[in-house]
Design a protein around this ligand. Structure first.
Ligand code: ZN
Length: 232
């Protein structure tokens, strides 16, 4: 786990012990219980977007969506003042600490992926989790266009995907989103879900699984994806 994740996790534990969240508001829906920063006013549309995105993505990923506790902060800055970074998902605890301006679906998709495979096989910060959560983030962003609009170097485009199995830099989430976009387009969801289910031990077997399921190595798929993305 990266440093900010460990710090945030510990700080949240401490805040809970101190009873910090006791005076937060509560809004309960069938699948998500929102705990809301004191006096924060949110319109119903905001909640609806999260719930709809969660349900829609559960169907796409063919999982039963578990009930989630969602702690909502007004902004990432307010969280940082408290010593946390509220853009985090604890998959096993089924708990999200998020802020108002995040995309509707990103963090919730992490919870759904936890139903497909354990995070020791499919790491939370790795290419596959972050690519899927970015692609399914509930906005209409075209990840290919988004990735191309960033100043990503030629070198970065060519880094073998395997080197990101455990930890993908935050600046590359759109790139990861475009990888998922491509694989969905060419191979479809059934094969992707099967691929995710079969990953073992921090995705160490991903090349072998890729050959089995996509009938191509990841290296070959990366070359195909490069051609596709370079066409713009
Ligand atoms: Zn994420």
């Amino acid at each position: 786990m990266s440093n900010w994740r460990v710090q945030t996790k510990n700080k949240i534990k401490e805040l809970k012990k101190q009873g910090f969240y006791k005076n937060w508001g509560k809004k309960e829906f069938d699948l998500i219980i929102f705990f809301i920063y004191p006096n924060l006013k949110i319109d119903n549309e905001w909640f609806k977007k999260r719930i709809n995105s969660y349900k829609k993505n559960a169907k796409i990923l063919k999982v039963k969506p578990p009930k989630v506790n969602f702690f909502l902060y007004p902004s990432i800055e307010i969280g940082k003042k408290l010593g946390t970074t509220p853009a985090i998902c604890f998959i096993k605890m089924k708990e999200i600490h998020g802020h108002l301006n995040q995309s509707p679906g990103h963090e919730l998709t992490h919870i759904l992926l936890g139903k497909i495979n354990d995070s020791k096989n499919l790491p939370g910060n790795g290419l596959w989790q972050e690519g899927l959560c970015t692609y399914l983030n509930g906005t209409n962003t075209n990840q290919k266009k988004h990735a191309l609009s960033l100043d990503i170097s030629e070198e970065t485009f060519n880094i073998p995907w395997e080197s990101w199995s455990n930890h993908l830099p935050g600046s590359l989430y759109p790139l990861a989103g475009s990888i998922v976009q491509y694989i969905v387009k060419v191979y479809g969801w059934n094969k992707i879900i099967l691929f995710l289910k079969k990953l073992r031990n921090s995705a160490k077997n991903q090349n072998k699984i890729s050959l089995q399921i996509f009938k191509k190595s990841l290296e070959e798929i990366q070359k195909d994806w490069l051609k596709w993305i370079k066409k713009g």
